[in-house]
Ligand binder design. Sequence first.
Ligand SMILES: Cc1cc2nc3c(=O)[nH]c(=O)nc-3n(C[C@H](O)[C@H](O)[C@H](O)COP(=O)(O)OP(=O)(O)OC[C@H]3O[C@@H](n4cnc5c(N)ncnc54)[C@H](O)[C@@H]3O)c2cc1C
Length: 307
Amino acid sequence: MIYDCVIIGGGPAGLNAALVLGRAKRKVVIVDDGQPRNRVTHESHGYLTRDRIKPAEFRRIAYEEVLHYPSVEHRVAIAEKAERLDNGHFRIELNDGQQLTTRKLLFTTGIKEVLPDIQGVTDCYGQSLFNCPFCDGWEQRDQPLAVIGMEDRIMHLTKMVHTWSQDIVVFTNGASVLEPEQQLELQGKGITVITTPIAHLEHRDGKLQRVILSDGETVERSGGFVMPQFLPKATFHDTLGYELNEQSYIGVDEMGRTSVEGLYSAGDAAFKGPSQLIIAAAQGSLTGAMIHGALMEEEWSLQPANS
Ligand SMILES: Cc1cc2nc3c(=O)[nH]c(=O)nc-3n(C[C@H](O)[C@H](O)[C@H](O)COP(=O)(O)OP(=O)(O)OC[C@H]3O[C@@H](n4cnc5c(N)ncnc54)[C@H](O)[C@@H]3O)c2cc1C
């Protein structure tokens, strides 16, 4: 069997692409290993009609809607290898030993996050520490917040967090990422900057209580924001040779096309700007329509004209 499209990654980007393709009667399989980026969080925000939904419930509804269309399949597996064949099709190898062949291939594999190596951060991430103020700022409004980061974009993040709470302490965990004038600027807004390394975070079931510094000082905080390192999850660059964008994710044009004919990407996997469920879903929808358009053009030119 040759699929019209294999979709690697069943988050909002992949699922919305599958919805568009299923409704266009396309033979599609979604391969997903069930490790969505937001699985650590208790609630998702900012998706119109789904604000405050639990991530597992979002996925349940999404799969129910997508699998309503009989030409769409779902495989729980890891795609381990992908190659482009001489005829322009793709072959994908799964970790259960199965192989899939497809005319078009879509990577909606998302990104992975590496959190700062500070005891307690992983326990609090998604519970009281978050990375995106648009996603989780409202729930933390007017609270005593920590902003933890060792990169210079901490200045931008702190300014952003200031929209939701003016009670902020910035922790650089020993890193010299803020210029003296930036520290003065923050102090002018009533924001304390602490450069002493963090020993650990004290929390109750992921709810931050205080930040303990290496010199023994204790700072009471009830939540906040942390800056993970973001890395691509797709591992197929060596065999497919697609171009990367300036941030080292999969490079795509505005229609989701990569530099490799027949290969597409959408959502966080092709990350360029804000990373949110509704943006990933919209990109998946657009890319699904583009994939159908490309398949339709190929078929149109092969069909004999009625005379
Ligand atoms: C703590 C936290 C809170 C967040 N809160 C919000 C929020 O409130 N609102 C909001 O809009 N956004 C929020 N986000 C961001 C949101 O989760 C992402 O923007 C969104 O999930 C991106 O969708 P995606 O489809 O691109 O990728 P994902 O949702 O990450 O889906 C990718 C899927 O592909 C699978 N996959 C990857 N590689 C393979 C492979 N080789 N084989 C098989 N499967 C594979 C993954 O396991 C995953 O299931 C939050 C993120 C985090 C970390």
